[in-house]
Write a protein that binds this ligand. Structure first.
Ligand SMILES: [Mg+2]
Length: 284
């Protein structure tokens, strides 16, 4: 049976602006041989078309339904599990708004709601037009009143969804910025409500990615560079995993892991990845 490859992006296919040598070509070979390749990323700021362009340029196999980012998975989750939700307050960047609109949701950006609160002296519920859900990701324009708008809605009973809870993310080597988890934490504390989290290490992103090609996440092989995100998410859905040493995880960090947290396989580069994929293909 063909493999289902659930492939993380940053640290696996590329690292910042640079491609990881050979990985895009290898994925193209696997796709041409019949494997399902789906990309999974916790990045909460971009729209699928941004990835399609970038991956096409790299020579990787891609179509927009093969990109399951945390915002896309969040939109699919709302449509599938909460069809009653029509209006969403989005705390995040433009890519999040677009993904939510693509599944037919009415989106009120928290910046717009915050402005109305200040101008009209109303609360976040009124300013959002009665949002039934609050979705939070990385919001580079975060303000005090955006937190207020979101917390008002959550306190009033709106569903609270986090795209993911990464505390930070790297913008370049050695430089970190607050991640979605930092934004989510502010709203969580202000509302005293814990969110449902979609992204890795929770299982929902991997489930959405497998379902995008009509398969069971248990059949998946997660290829990622993060122990606490990719490898943990693989375990959460019962999938196998390959840890790539081309991103955030060092060999020393891998050595220090208890056996219960270890990936199924490890690969240091595209050649080793090709080899372990062949081994895994032979196992089932
Ligand atoms: Mg990564």
């Amino acid at each position: 049976m063909s493999l289902l490859l659930l492939v993380d992006l940053d640290g696996v296919v590329y690292r910042g602006d640079d491609p990881v040598p050979g990985v895009a070509e290898l994925l193209m070979q696997r796709a041409n041989a019949g494997d399902d390749v789906v990309y999974v990323t916790n990045n909460s700021m971009h729209y699928r078309a941004d990835y399609v362009r970038r991956l096409t340029d790299l020579g990787a196999p891609v179509a927009s339904d093969r990109i399951v980012s945390a915002p896309r998975a969040t939109a699919l989750y709302l449509r599938e599990h909460h069809p009653e939700v029509r209006r969403v307050l989005a705390v995040g960047a433009g890519g999040l708004d677009r993904e939510l609109r693509d599944v037919g949701l009415e989106v009120v950006n928290s910046g717009f709601a915050a402005e109305r609160m200040a101008k009209e002296g109303i609360d976040g519920v009124a300013a959002s037009g009665g949002a039934e859900a609050v979705v939070a990701g990385v919001d580079p324009q975060m303000t005090y009143m955006r937190i207020a708008a979101a917390a008002d809605c959550v306190r009033a009973g709106a569903l609270f969804i986090a795209t993911n809870r990464d505390p930070v993310y790297p913008v370049e080597v050695g430089r970190l910025r607050p991640g979605a988890g930092s934004i989510v934490a502010a709203i969580e504390v202000a509302s005293s409500v814990a969110p449902t989290t979609i992204g890795k290490p929770e299982p929902l992103l991997m489930e959405a990615a497998a379902h995008a090609v009509g398969r069971d996440p248990k059949e998946g092989i997660v290829i990622g560079d993060g122990i606490l995100t990719d490898i943990a998410a693989a375990r959460a859905v019962g999938a196998r995993s390959i840890l790539m040493l081309t991103g955030v995880t060092t060999g020393a960090a891998l050595e220090a892991l208890p056996s219960s947290d270890r990936p199924t396989k490890v690969a240091g580069d595209a050649n080793e990845l090709a080899q372990v994929l062949n081994e895994l293909a032979g196992e089932r």
